[in-house]
Unconditional design. Structure first.
Length: 182
C-alpha cells in the first residue's frame, strides 16, 4: 500500500532539498522523522510536514496501519518555477538573481494491519447509557456582590487634585496670533 504527498512551490533550491532527502530515502518513517527533527537544515521542517501528510494519507486510505512498518519508498525534489530578479550594479549594469523553487514528493509504503475493529460504544441515544448527551445539570451558585471600584473625578468624594477642578474649553484665540480687525 502506497501513499504520497507533494509540497509545491517551496522557496528552497532543489539541490538543498535533495541533500536532506538523501538522509531519509529507504528509512522507516519513525527513524526518518527523528533524522528530520534533529537536522540543522531549515528545509527539514518542511520535509517533515510533507512526510507526516503522506503518512496521514496512508491512514486515510487504508484505515488501520502500523506506522512502525512504513518506510519512505521514494523522496524526490523536482525543480519548480524560477523567480528572476535583477540586482543593480556599477556603471548601469544589472546582475541576474535566480530564486529557485522546488516541488517535494514523498511516497511512503507499508502493509495494512489485519486486526478486528474494536467494538464501539453507542453514541448517547440509548436510554440509561452514560453517553455524552446524558449529563447531570447543576445550577450555578449565586455570586456575592463584589465591592465596586470608586468612581474617578469629582464624584470620587475625598478626591485628589482633580476632584474640585472643572475643565473649561480653551478660547478660540491661539497664543501669539494677532487679530486682523483691530
Amino acid at each position: 500500500m502506497e501513499a504520497r504527498a507533494i509540497a509545491r512551490y517551496v522557496r528552497v533550491t532543489p539541490r538543498k532539498v535533495d541533500q536532506v532527502l538523501q538522509m531519509i530515502r529507504g528509512k522507516r518513517v519513525d527513524i526518518a522523522t527523528e533524522i528530520l527533527d534533529f537536522s540543522p537544515k531549515h528545509v527539514a521542517k518542511v520535509i517533515g510536514k510533507v512526510m507526516k501528510s503522506a503518512v496521514a494519507n496512508a491512514v486515510a486510505m487504508e484505515g488501520k496501519i502500523n506506522v512502525e512498518h512504513m518506510r519512505v519508498k521514494e523522496a524526490v525534489a523536482q525543480a519548480g518555477p524560477t523567480l528572476k530578479r535583477f540586482l543593480p550594479r556599477a556603471q548601469g549594469r544589472a546582475t541576474p538573481i535566480l530564486k529557485r523553487t522546488s516541488h517535494i514528493l514523498i511516497i511512503v509504503e507499508g502493509d495494512a494491519v489485519e486486526t478486528a475493529a474494536p467494538a464501539r460504544r453507542p453514541r448517547g441515544g440509548a436510554p440509561g447509557s452514560a453517553g455524552p448527551k446524558a449529563r447531570s445539570v447543576v445550577a450555578p451558585e449565586p455570586k456575592a456582590a463584589a465591592p465596586s471600584k470608586p468612581a474617578r473625578g469629582a464624584a470620587a468624594g475625598a478626591g485628589g487634585a482633580a476632584a474640585g477642578k472643572k475643565k473649561t474649553p480653551k478660547s478660540s484665540k491661539s497664543r501669539g496670533s494677532k487679530s486682523k480687525g483691530a
